[in-house]
Design a protein around this ligand. Sequence first.
Ligand SMILES: Nc1ncnc2c1ncn2[C@@H]1O[C@H](COP(=O)(O)OP(=O)(O)OP(=O)(O)O)[C@@H](O)[C@H]1O
Length: 666
Amino acid sequence: MSCVEVKNVFFSYNNGDKEEKILNGINMSVDRGTIYTLIGASGCGKTTLLSCLMCIQKPQSGELKVFNQKSAKIPKLIGFMPQQNSLVAELTINETLQYFGHLYEMKQEIFDERFEMISELLDLPDKNLQIRDLSGGEQRRISLAATIIHDPKLLILDEPTVGLDFLLREKIWEFLFQKTTNDNVTAIITTHYISEAANAHRCGFMRNGILIAEDSPNAILDKLNIESLDEAFYHLCTKKENENQIILESENFGREQNEEKIEEQKIFRPKIMKGLLIKEFHRIRRQPLEIFIIFIMPVFQFYLFLIAIGAIPNDLILGIVNNEDQNCNKYTINNSIPIDKCSEATFSCEFTNHVINNNFQKVLYNTHHQALHDFKESNLFGFVEIPKNFTQIIFDETENRTGAVEVFLDNSKYHLLLYTKSKIMSAFLDFMDELAGRCNVNELIRGRPIKFEELYAPLSFDIRTTLMTAIMLSLPFTMTNIFALLIISDTRIAGVWNRTLLCGVKLTEIILANAIECIFISIVIAASMIIGQDFIFGAEVLGSKFLVFSLITGICIVGFMMGFFISILCDKFQASSGLGQLITILTVFTTGLIWPVESLSPWIIPISYIHPLTFPFIANRNIILKGVEICHSSVILGFFVINAWIIVLAVSSYFLLKTKKFSRNF
Ligand SMILES: Nc1ncnc2c1ncn2[C@@H]1O[C@H](COP(=O)(O)OP(=O)(O)OP(=O)(O)O)[C@@H](O)[C@H]1O
């Protein structure tokens, strides 16, 4: 009764315009309860054949059956040991085997029993050691332990004894004999140690994608009339292909196979989910840098922003050139001119006191020249020059006023320029208001035909508050995006996903476990931001904090999923990190973070509209500064964009995973 049947399998790689044939019409049959070794020169296609058997690769034609069905349908009956260890480096030995125990839905008592037996068999090191601290041979033994932990009926082992010492190799072979003899287990093994092949019940020699010989080791030696398998290997590998083909042919192909029962798969398998989540938990907690990047970085950067940005500049020095009255030292702020002196006094000193003293440090100059000299040579931010006829101008009721207060400011410091302009302007208007009331001057003279009323943002409206509304979404988005990119690429490239899928875990389960992890992290980030913003820095939110919290959480999830998608899309780490950088740059320039969307170049506007942050920024700004509620159109649009992105990224990731799954290095 055979356990594995391979019928006329052809497989080739398509490298651009060149088709590279790897398997060239392979036929193979493995009896139940036997050990079958596959031998052949490096690159002859042994691993490819095993990959096809495990449904990792799909052959162009031919048929491969295990227990009369596709191997993917009966993952728990098979123990597959890949050539690459594909283990999570941060887990301990115990956690690694527990992980596989969970994936195979093993009961804890059975797992404990098996763990003890395997530890002894493979002479495993201390179970609390992390995989990354083990030697190559030790890692190989853990990989083998993970393969046999669930006591499978068929073992497919790709070079299981490589890097192991002679004693251990002997022990493993002894174990295989026991399993095949006592428990009717079947084993297919590839090896480069030809002497090992002598232990097998049957042995297959591969060359250039063809099985050129298949029989018991003794029968092969007899047929070739050769003493050792090493000589047989040399003989078969050096003879001309057509000669070999004639020498030996498989006699066993096409025998009856018995079918093993397929376990019904439940829709939700809590043990598997638990295994996936516990693995992630241990992996993350063992990497302090990772924890720092995920949890602390966005929050830390946000706090840093709140500390660093938006404070009032307190050391700005402005010069005064008062051409009307050069002797202003006699005035103080409280020393204002009484009503009865309105008509005879000059007001330039009072003006400079009111306008400048409150907001800036003041330096008096006698001439324009002196002020200009210091402006160029020292740290003077600018100077205000008051004309000779200042008082006359402000009281002039005609429309032919000539002369004006001139303000010279450093244009190179844009934010300080805006701040100074607005301070001087508003202080001037206040001064004129007050003076008009005190000296009974009519409204028109005050030169204030326009009044600015601040409808929204009655909070201390400043650059920090406006920027904060965008920063508190862009930082978590960027950080979660980068985090997902790093982690998923790392896990994929290490082959952990492939090995996990081969244990029978479904793609949806991997996605769900990642989603649970990312939602949890997002909630922690969002909560820390809200707490910091509110309780530590006292930055006010006019609307609902829960809405802001939900926006941050949603944006974190989009960031994660974007990173998830990119890391599946790109097979090389360099490509995925390049794409990640591009997204960060687009976030900075196209979403209204540093430049308003309203004045973006028309070329950029379409990118801005599809970027996941643009509309949530608007929603967040409106919630924080205007206090709008959930039913406001901007908030609805913000949440709609977030949800749309989550759905699009989830669906695209799923289909991309489906096409890529099981490809080499997945
Ligand atoms: N993605 C790929 N694209 C093109 N060729 C590939 C790809 N992967 C593997 N190959 C080629 O397929 C051939 C068979 O590879 P395979 O890994 O099956 O050999 P092998 O017999 O297992 O070798 P070894 O004993 O060294 O492990 C090799 O020549 C290899 O270069």
